[in-house]
Ligand binder design. Structure first.
Ligand SMILES: Cc1ncc(COP(=O)(O)O)c(C=O)c1O
Length: 380
């Protein structure tokens, strides 16, 4: 219709977080489809934020475009939460290692712009994985090279990845995206995958997306200073209960961070979101208090599903489970899964249909119990 629009965009659909028309009818549903924390911010913290909006924030002024104090708070959280941090000699991360995005989605886009735009590079992903890497790359005209994961444990086919790295030439692969633990399959990087990433040559950027770090407590942060071609992404949308405010951060070598900062829009985060992020980082101990409960619930739901004769559920290091449902002779196909998810939704639970299976976020104990009961009713 509009001749001035890039022709390659014509075939795309806008990203929809929920099936069309549903977004305005979510009240009362158990929302276990987007891997958020089931708990809202505690009311006293919301009140602090509301008071700060009235008393300290000026709506007519642009936000702090440098994110100075939030970067410092995040750096200090990153150091104090690093696995085995008590055995490290000194804090290794400071604000020069941090860039803050409007969700880590924005950082993914900035990384793609900084590395591959203009036919300079392609990206490598191992499917199934977080879809935004490929979606965002494609909207920027960046080629996406995919290799598969082995279904029994969803480990990356490293031989296939190596073959692609050496033979994909025009353009060459410049960025590898991995999630640790992966979404939607919830497996952490294996030792073999870690060894592979450690020897990726410095001409290739390795993005390690640790969106679910607080649930897995496994991180590559302690190795960052040995690998200047690594960048770690984190988000406040999951464990920190801040999905509505859209705050994510990247941790990397200061030179890499400087490049991301060049690309970032000057006021990419509102004053209110910056204040909310500062508040949750300051109160991280209190907010992360419910993580052990989510992990215990994960085990409880996993045990229940695992006992079901026609459900296959994979081990999880995150706040969600990935499962496939057995039909008469084979796993349910996408059409059957779509009907099942619709039926679950009609009964009050939203789950995510993905990669020929379903992904269920761990909710509150009551939500998980309802989800299990509904699932066994619709999948007898
Ligand atoms: C692996 C992974 N990375 C990044 C994101 C996006 O996070 P944000 O809300 O910070 O954009 C998600 C969201 O589901 C995710 O699963």
């Amino acid at each position: 219709m509009f001749p001035f629009i890039r022709s390659d965009l014509l075939q795309f659909q806008a990203y929809q977080s929920h099936p069309s028309g549903l977004s305005s009818h979510l009240d009362g549903l158990d929302r276990l489809d987007t891997n958020e924390n089931p708990l809202d911010l505690p009311v006293p913290l919301k009140q602090t934020l509301a008071r700060a909006y009235v008393e300290d924030m000026q709506a007519n002024r642009y936000p702090d475009g440098n994110h100075g104090s939030l970067k410092e708070a995040i750096a200090s959280y990153v150091n104090s939460s690093a696995p085995n941090h008590s055995t490290l000699n000194a804090s290794t991360i400071d604000s020069t290692h941090i860039s803050i995005g409007n969700g880590s989605d924005e950082l993914i886009r900035s990384i793609l712009i900084a590395t591959c735009l203009g036919q300079e590079g392609a990206i490598l992903v191992a499917n199934p994985t977080f879809s935004m890497y490929a979606i965002t790359a494609t909207t920027l005209g960046i080629p996406v090279v995919s290799v598969h994961r082995f279904e029994h444990d969803f480990a990356i086919d490293i031989a296939a990845a190596e073959a692609q790295l050496s033979c994909h030439q025009s353009p060459p692969i410049r960025v590898i995206f991995v999630v640790h633990p992966n979404s939607p399959t919830a497996n952490a990087l294996s030792l073999a995958e870690l060894q592979w990433l450690r020897q990726i040559p410095e001409e290739i950027l390795v993005v390690i997306d640790e969106a679910y770090f607080e649930f897995s407590q496994t991180s590559l942060i302690n190795e960052l200073d040995q690998h200047h071609n690594w960048i770690i992404l984190r988000t406040l949308s999951k464990a920190f209960r801040l999905a509505s405010h859209r705050v994510g951060y990247a941790i990397a070598h200061p030179e890499l961070i400087k490049t991301l900062e060049k690309i970032r829009l000057p006021y990419n985060l509102s004053t209110f979101s910056l204040a909310a992020a500062q508040l949750v980082i300051t109160h991280h101990q209190e907010l992360l208090d419910n993580i052990p409960e989510i992990i215990a619930e994960r085990k409880r739901l996993w045990d229940l599903l695992h006992c079901h004769p026609r459900i296959t559920v994979w081990p999880s290091h995150a706040n969600f489970l990935f499962l496939k449902l057995q039909g008469v002779n084979a796993y349910l196909n996408d059409q059957q899964l779509s009907i099942l998810c619709q039926t679950l939704r009609d009964r009050g639970t939203l789950v995510r249909q993905i990669n020929h299976g379903i992904r269920i976020t761990i909710g509150t104990a009551a939500e998980n119990q309802r989800t299990y009961s509904r699932l066994v009713l619709v999948h007898q």
